[in-house]
Design a protein. Sequence first.
Length: 85
Amino acid sequence: MLLITCPHCGPRDATEFTYGGDANVRRPANPEALTDEQWADYVYLRDNPRGEHDELWQHSSGCRRWIEVRRNTYTHDVMATGLPK
Ligand SMILES: [Zn+2]
């Protein structure tokens, strides 16, 4: 069982959460200046790291807030949780 500690609700089973993607992806500051290929890269391309990774999760069966989770994608250990940056 994977436990994720919601900063608002406390430790909860991972089944209460929905994965929301890489927490390090930032929207381009000036999207009008991007080429179609650069925009497609921003929208669709993501790294698939093995090891520690910052992820966004929504506590969809709880407070429904978004949180940031630092998780090892190989061992599934959760190192830290907090509010999104
Ligand atoms: Zn919560």
